[in-house]
Design a protein around this ligand. Structure first.
Ligand code: 6PG
Length: 247
């Protein structure tokens, strides 16, 4: 069936951001346990922004001991071109909230070198991904956690950006129309082959964009990069009541 003929799967809705964080952390932990047992490894892609912070904290606080962290490899959906200790660094924030608090060793963390020039950082990140999946058409991540901006962007794929037309590269330099730092982002081909893609969405400000994408990802794909991904492949939405419009 064509995705445009039916609404996407209903989102999982939690009462508030704290409940969503607890649900998401437990769900991520369960996926890591199951898949790491099966495959011996779990490739997890994390996003920046404010929404996933409580999820990372809940993973560290409630699941440091019940997840085989030594089998988890962490990647990033995008990064700002700043050094890792800059407050704007996604890796820096994830390090504080999660990575420094669980049994992950540095070789398991594949960060984007935000301290390098965007083109160089993108090339190095692409190389690391191609080393991990040398024969694949797209990285075979186990789980990608993404956010959505009120303008429908996801990762650093912004509405109208030429990066949305990328067909070959898995990683690209990118720019936010509103924010100062250049960025590096996974492209649509970089995200297309993941086993599972989940959008974490909280707050009433995201309600209109989420409603539109859920109603018809194909129709909204022209305006919203997140919808473009949702129209290309199966995705899930984990939202709080305010974002889902049931508050
Ligand atoms: C980033 C992101 C970006 C984010 C959205 C939503 O690094 O900022 O990867 O795509 O997920 O902008 O951000 P909030 O969670 O802050 O609303």
């Amino acid at each position: 069936m064509n995705r445009g003929e039916r609404p996407t799967e209903r989102p999982h809705v939690a009462a508030d951001p704290a409940a969503l964080a607890a649900f998401a952390a437990a769900a991520v932990a369960a996926r890591i346990r199951a898949r790491a047992a099966e495959r011996g490894r779990f490739d997890l892609v994390l996003s920046g922004g404010t929404t996933p912070g409580p999820v990372y904290e809940a993973l560290a606080e409630s699941h440091a001991g019940d997840v085989p962290w030594d089998r988890v490899h962490v990647w990033y959906a995008d990064e700002r071109c700043v050094p890792p200790d800059d407050p704007a660094s996604n890796h820096g924030a994830v390090e504080v909230a999660l990575l420094g608090r669980v049994a992950l060793r540095p070789p398991q963390v594949h960060r984007v070198r935000g301290e390098d020039a965007p083109g160089r950082a993108a090339d190095l990140y692409e190389e690391a991904l191609r080393d991990a999946w040398p024969r694949a058409a797209s990285p075979e991540f186990d789980l990608v956690l993404l956010g959505i901006g009120t303008d429908g962007h996801t990762a650093s794929l912004f509405p109208g950006s030429p990066v949305l037309e990328e067909r070959v590269r898995w990683v690209s330099p990118a720019r936010s129309p509103a924010a100062p730092h250049p960025r590096v982002t996974l492209t649509l081909p970089g995200l297309a082959g993941a086993r599972e893609v989940v959008f974490l969405v909280t707050g009433g400000g995201k309600r209109p964009v989420l409603a539109e994408i859920l109603r018809d990802p194909v129709a909204s794909a022209a305006r919203y990069p997140a919808a473009r991904l949702a129209a290309m492949r199966s995705v899930a939405f984990w939202a709080d009541a305010a974002a889902a419009g049931v508050a």
